[in-house]
Design a protein around this ligand. Structure first.
Ligand code: FRU
Length: 358
């Protein structure tokens, strides 16, 4: 399969680095149909496949694939929960991680009766390219803050201990915002960890529209990179903008970008997060992506790289994040990172699954 090189030379390959991607892993059951079925009808799938999924899981795999192709000595560690390593569905997901070189040594097994592997049942409509997801946690709770703290301590120990595995220096921690207040506590725990100052980058994904912006502000203040979903911004736009209305832009030229709902929300969020130096990024689906670079106060827009045909959009946003982290970790600036993220996400949508993305 053709290699998808980033559309530019990245400044420097990473070496001896460990990147922690924290969040969910699911088993995805994908049924592809000609067109989305009518309610209360029956239809036959064109294909049915099972694969490992989950936002953090997908981002970790994309990041690991890109690093393997373009960087040295790096480890991507997924940190999250499974009912148990022995659970057949969890074992399936973990074996897929292993085949993509994602380390799972820091996971939490939660055990207990009646707890199963989180699973998503997905209908992929071939005519529109839509993906409709029904997922269940199967009674599996989220990662505990205590376990996350222990995982950070282990990652630090594994740097130097006699049993040092070749994992590299923990340099990046990405948190999928699944549950509050635990994500806030994890962000604080990462900031308080004993790693060398400046060597640790914290990023956060907020995808779920029901997250409350005001509760997230203290977490945003701790982050270096913040990925917000279009759904989250669209659902919360009124509250976000009302809390800190940005200046009314004049129409035309650069102000057209300022007038976009995504940019108005980003400016308003930044105004509510004093001292924030983060790079804020929002994927806007087939349109492209926006970013606000707090350090420079500039906004950016990158059009998407649409594939010849939409084959599989499941995990496109997660791919976008994995590729952005890859570029930023290799020292790319905001423009380059946004371009890399859009290019790799576009390539993903044009193929089934994540194989061949490197
Ligand atoms: C796609 C995805 C799927 C997973 C679902 C979980 O973004 O991560 O792989 O099953 O979302 O919400």
């Amino acid at each position: 399969m053709a290699q998808i090189a980033p559309p530019f030379p990245l400044p420097a390959p990473l070496t001896n680095a460990r990147l922690l991607i924290v969040g969910g892993v699911y088993v995805d059951v994908l049924n592809e149909v000609t067109s989305y079925p009518l309610e209360d009808s029956a239809c036959r799938a064109l294909s049915s496949i099972r694969r490992r999924g989950g936002n953090a899981g997908n981002s970790a795999v994309v990041l690991a694939r890109l690093l393997r192709a373009h960087a040295d000595d790096c480890t991507v560690s997924w940190v999250g929960v499974v009912p148990s390593r022995a659970n057949a569905d969890s074992a399936f997901a973990l074996a897929e991680f292993a085949s993509d070189s994602v380390d799972t040594s820091l996971l939490e097994e939660i055990g207990g009766d009646g707890v199963g592997q989180p699973t998503s049942f997905i209908v992929l409509a071939r005519d529109t390219g839509s993906r409709t997801i029904v997922s269940t946690r199967n009674n599996c709770r989220e990662l505990s803050v205590e376990h996350f703290r222990a995982a950070l301590a282990r990652a630090a120990e594994q740097l130097s201990g006699a049993a040092a595995a070749p994992f590299g220096e923990p340099r990046w921690c990405h948190l999928e915002c699944r549950e509050m207040p635990s994500v806030r506590e994890m962000a604080h725990a990462f900031r308080a960890n004993p790693l060398p100052a400046g060597a640790s980058v914290l990023s956060l994904e907020v995808e779920k529209p029901h997250m409350v912006p005001a509760e997230l502000l203290p977490v945003f203040a701790l982050c270096d990179a913040i990925f917000l979903s279009r759904e989250f911004l669209e659902r919360n736009q009124a509250a976000i903008v009302e809390a800190a209305p940005p200046a009314e832009p004049r129409l035309g030229g650069a102000d057209e970008l300022e007038a976009h709902a995504a940019v108005r929300c980003l400016r308003a969020l930044l105004a509510q997060t004093p001292g924030c130096r983060a790079l804020w990024i929002v994927g806007w689906g087939a349109h492209g992506a926006f970013a606000l670079d707090s350090a420079r106060g500039t906004v950016l827009f990158q059009p998407s790289f649409p594939p010849a045909a939409v084959v599989d959009s499941v995990g496109a946003g997660d791919t976008f994040i994995g590729a952005a982290i890859y570029a930023l970790a290799c020292g790319a600036g905001p423009e380059e990172a946004l371009r890399c993220a859009c290019a790799v996400a576009g390539a993903k949508v044009g193929r089934a699954g994540f194989k061949g993305l490197h």
